[in-house]
Design a protein around this ligand. Structure first.
Ligand SMILES: [Zn+2]
Length: 407
């Protein structure tokens, strides 16, 4: 394993050790010395503090070597719980995970149309209280809550900016919720959250250059470099759905034209399907079905071999694969995950196309492959990622985002 950290014990050393135990555990103290280049006393001190804080525990197993047996270390899954709420177009999904990213609770509630931001705080607070109370989680065991949505996020105001025709502004969400619930609250984009969730829960090594393509109503991405999410100037990095794929093409609410999202996103595929004579009726897609539901029906038909549905999904997958090549080329990725509700049903078709395109066209294809995997839970990946953002910021501070202070 390559060494990227200096041998000096700095403030980031604790985060580094936690991250190595997360991705490589069970791992011994001696291996941590070898991998980090930190001294044995430094590792011993940091590990002792992590064990005292309950973040890390010894497995009870030892590995026999010459000299004394080595105790093995893992993340204590009950060290803290993270809560993530994903604000989808027609539902709020709340997920609670343990420290290792395992889901311990989930609740989904429908969102009525036209809710005002004040109502949104009420709904989010009620959902949080309902889920944590239902699980019997002591308040001190909850590291915090993340509310994630399509963005753009306004980190300074702890909320989301409006998007014309798609989303009302909901600024000051994080401080309002933190006041109400007395837990740290952060706000972030769904794609960023999903990236951290996949990185954390799949035990992706910090040595990997990791990217996550996220597809829900729109298309986004998140990139994790050296264990930390790349945030950009305003925590709005990775808007791969808004790269132009057609010059002067379809106008997009973002202000650009010809955006990838305007050609490949599920709602566009659904609109094309509805425009084809007889297809919606044949697949029993009703006029009042949400785009998300209609896309699931269409994707299922594509998976089962319906030719018209398959052609529409293939077109979307081909365009998304262009985005995947761009993402991989920009960051020299070696690992990629596909996450988000848009991949929940026909994810295998998208993964196959993305893998094929990267093998043919990625700039680095003859230097190294790009490993592409589908999220194990595409539909909940943003909510799970929200919980992971909270946990990363809590148990491995230095990698995570700023969390609103506990009041
Ligand atoms: Zn756009």
């Amino acid at each position: 394993m390559a060494r990227r950290e200096s041998a000096a014990a700095g403030p980031g050393s604790r985060a580094l050790i936690v991250d190595l135990i997360r991705s490589s555990g069970p791992i011994s103290r001696v291996e941590l010395v070898n991998v980090t280049g930190l001294t044995q006393p430094t590792i011993s001190n940091i590990v002792r503090r992590l064990i005292d804080d309950g973040v890390v525990r010894e497995t009870g197993d030892t590995v026999a070597t010459r000299g004394k047996p080595r105790a093995m270390l893992i993340i204590n899954s009950r060290a803290a719980y993270g809560v993530g709420i994903h604000m989808g177009a027609d539902a709020l999904t709340c997920v609670v995970t343990d420290t290792r990213g395992g889901t311990v609770g989930r609740e989904l509630v429908a969102v009525p149309d036209g809710g005002r931001p004040a109502d949104l705080v009420d709904r989010l607070a009620a959902l949080y209280q309902d889920v944590t109370a239902g699980l019997g989680l002591p308040p001190q065991s909850v590291a915090g809550m993340a509310v994630v949505g399509p963005g753009p996020v306004d980190v300074a105001h702890g909320g989301f900016l409006a998007r014309p025709g798609q989303q009302e502004a909901s600024l000051d969400l994080a401080p309002a919720l933190s006041d109400r619930l007395n837990v740290p609250v952060l706000v972030d984009s769904d794609a960023s959250a999903a990236a951290v969730g996949e990185f954390w829960g799949r035990q992706v090594s910090r040595e990997r250059t990791f990217g996550c393509l996220y597809m829900n109503s729109g298309i986004g991405s998140g990139v994790v470099l050296d264990g930390a999410l790349h945030r950009g100037a305003s925590s709005n990095a990775g808007k791969i759905g808004h790269i132009a794929v057609v010059r002067d093409g379809e106008p997009c609410p973002c202000g650009n034209r010809g955006c990838l999202e305007q050609y490949a996103a599920p709602r566009v595929v659904v609109a094309r399907a509805r425009a084809l004579p007889g297809l919606a009726e044949r697949l029993r897609i009703r006029p009042d079905d949400s785009d998300a539901r209609a896309f699931d029906v269409l994707a299922r038909a594509a998976v089962y071999g319906d030719e018209q549905a398959r052609a529409l999904v293939d077109e979307s997958a081909a365009l998304l694969a262009e985005g995947a090549v761009t993402l991989a080329n920009l960051w020299d990725l070696d690992t990629m995950a596909l996450a988000g509700p848009g991949f929940a049903v026909a994810g295998s078709l998208y993964v196959t196309e993305v893998r094929r395109r990267l093998a043919e066209r990625a700039f680095t294809r003859e230097v190294h492959p790009v490993q592409v995997d589908l999220s194990s839970n595409p539909r909940d990946s943003a909510a799970i990622g929200g919980a992971a953002l909270v946990l990363q910021g809590s148990v491995a501070p230095g990698h995570g985002p700023q969390v609103a202070a506990r009041v």
